[in-house]
Structure formats: structure tokens, C-alpha cells
Design a protein around this ligand. Structure first.
Ligand code: SF4
Length: 319
């Protein structure tokens, strides 16, 4: 049975549940790289081009970890999964970056995922994957059908860890929105277990994935962000600020991220316009825990001092 490696970084937090079902339906053995480790981070930083952002370096580390255990590694070229946004250019060029900078890795399976013309584009990509694995394309389409029947659509986000789900306004606890791309928010190694550190300070956490999926668009004065994850994060920031469902906001960004220069600025401006405590947290491969804790404690103290002046108006539907 062919072993297909699924790297546990970047879009994995959004889309791997679908791909796991698809590859199993195809008759492959799915090999996952698991959580990011220090070794993966070091390998990725060494093997990726130096200009790459931290999440892309981490992705390289996951590919390296799978190299010995897989016959093929799935590194799709994500272009778009809806009609309104596209992925950042580093997603588009990911298979090329890996092929050009990594030696001694198995074949990469790299279909182009561009669903601007509808869901059938995904079926076409699945047929292409089957062909690349030496199977009839129709077998890929049958596996696609099986995967979408047994688990909604391509875009199914992994459920957030229950311990970080907000407890509502119980006991007047502070609630903090931690906004950023899922691969920065849920990668506990990359972000030094940020969410649990916040919870241990006695503060409830709200992430983008806990908010309603149909967040209202940005107001007309804000630029439309055509990057898939950036648009969602900016909308989440706007929603949290407008509904006052949190007492403060942290925007988690990664060193080397181009789109975040704009995303972070939009949230920052919105927060300062509405008097909401805001902090940007930059992750890089050299970040230290002591510095992170100092900043978090200071920010939470500031939220507590400012807390009496605001009232939460609406609790989000976090069902
Ligand atoms: S959006 Fe930013 S962090 Fe994500 S892959 Fe692109 S450059 Fe990297």
C-alpha cells in the first residue's frame, strides 16, 4: 500500500481532515508528521530559502520529517477555495520552493487547487492525484465523492482544543481575542503554547475559528484583503471590536509575512479607534518564552486596568 505523507503545517489545520479521508478512500496509508518539534524548526530554517516566513520554514521541517516514512508527500498548490479570495503567493509557490531547496525527498504530489470555478475543480484535482499515484483518474473521483460524503466539504477546520474555548462571561473573567492564521495560532511549538499561557493567566481565549463562519465584510474604508486567511482575520478583528465580545486583542503574526503588514495595521487602527487594548505578537524561530510571558502579563494587567471602563455588549455565537 502506498504511503502518502501529509505535513502538519500551513493549510493542514484547515484542510487535512478532507485529505485524510480522500487518501484513505483511495487505498493509501496516510502518514502524518504530527506536532512541530524543535528538530523540524531547525531543519526547516536550514533548508528553506532565508526569505521564507516562519510558517513556510516550519512546513519544510515537516516535509523533512516525512521523507523517510513516505513514498510520496502531498504538497498541493493552493490557489483558491472560494470565489472571493486567493492564497498568499507563498502557498502558490510552495511545491516549487520545496523541490528547489530540498534534496533526498520522495515524489511530491502537487495538484493545483483552484475552486474559483466551483467544487468540481476539486474533483478534477482528485483525479489528477490518482493519476500521479499510478491509479485510474476515475478512482480519484470516486475517492473524492466518498470524502465529501463522509465529512462536509473541503473547508472543514479542525475543532479548537476544548480547554481554550471561552467560558462566556462567567465570573467576570477577562476574554482575549487571539487572532492570526490557524497555522500560527494552533502550532503550539511555533507560538510557545501561547493559548495555554493566556488561559493560565486566568483569561478566556477566543480565536477566529470560534467565531461565526459568516463574519460581516469589512467596512468600506478598509481595503478588501484578497488573501484568503488575511481577510478572515481582519473580519474577525472587526467583529470582536464592534461587538465588544472581548476585552482586548492580540494579533499573532510571523516574521517574514508580507500580507500581515496590512492585516495587522487594519486591526490595530480599528482597535485604537474604538479604544480596545491591542498588542501585536511577532513569532520567529528565535523567540524566547521569557520575553513572551513578560509581554503577556503586562498586556493582561493593562486589560484589567482598562476593564472597568467597558461593557461587553454581545457574546459571540461560539456554539
Ligand atoms: S500569509 Fe504570511 S505567514 Fe502565511 S504563508 Fe503567506 S507570508 Fe507566510
Amino acid at each position: 500500500m502506498i504511503r502518502v505523507g501529509l505535513p502538519g503545517a500551513l493549510f493542514c489545520y484547515s484542510f487535512n481532515p478532507f485529505w485524510e479521508r480522500f487518501f484513505r478512500a483511495l487505498g493509501a496509508t496516510v502518514v502524518e508528521s504530527g506536532m512541530t518539534t524543535a528538530e523540524m524548526m531547525d531543519d526547516g530554517a536550514r533548508e528553506a530559502v532565508s526569505e521564507a516566513c516562519v510558517p513556510v520554514k516550519v512546513y519544510h521541517g515537516h516535509v523533512r520529517a516525512l521523507a523517510m516514512e513516505s513514498d510520496a508527500i502531498f504538497v498541493p498548490r493552493y490557489v483558491s477555495v472560494d470565489r472571493g479570495t486567493v492564497f498568499c503567493p507563498k502557498f502558490l509557490g510552495l511545491p516549487d520552493m520545496i523541490r528547489s531547496s530540498m534534496q533526498g525527498i520522495p515524489t511530491l504530489i502537487s495538484p493545483r487547487i483552484d475552486m474559483r470555478n466551483g467544487l468540481l475543480e476539486l474533483a478534477r484535482a482528485c483525479g489528477e492525484i490518482a493519476r500521479d499515484l499510478g491509479m485510474p483518474p476515475l478512482k480519484g473521483i470516486a475517492a473524492w465523492l466518498s470524502a465529501i460524503r463522509s465529512g462536509d466539504t473541503l473547508a472543514c477546520v479542525r475543532p479548537a482544543d476544548p480547554i481554550i474555548r471561552p467560558s462566556g462571561a462567567q465570573g467576570g473573567r477577562l476574554r482575549l481575542a487571539v487572532l492570526g492564521y490557524p497555522y500560527a495560532i494552533y502550532d503550539r511549538f511555533m507560538n510557545m503554547d501561547l493559548l495555554r499561557k493566556i488561559v493560565r493567566l486566568g483569561v478566556d481565549v477566543l480565536t477566529t475559528e470560534m467565531l461565526p463562519s459568516n463574519l460581516p465584510p469589512l467596512p468600506s474604508y478598509a481595503k478588501h484583503l484578497f488573501w484568503h486567511y488575511s481577510e478572515r482575520v481582519a473580519r474577525a478583528g472587526r467583529y470582536c471590536i464592534e461587538t465588544r465580545c472581548v476585552d482586548g486583542l492580540i494579533h499573532v503574526t510571523a516574521f517574514g509575512c508580507g500580507p500581515d503588514a496590512l492585516t495587522g495595521k487594519i486591526i490595530d487602527m480599528d482597535a485604537s479607534r474604538h479604544g480596545m487594548p491591542f498588542m501585536a505578537l511577532l513569532l520567529d524561530e528565535y523567540s524566547g518564552e521569557a520575553g513572551l510571558m513578560t509581554r503577556l502579563e503586562a498586556f493582561v494587567d493593562m486589560m484589567r486596568m482598562a476593564g472597568g471602563k467597558r461593557i461587553r455588549r454581545v457574546a459571540p455565537d461560539v456554539g
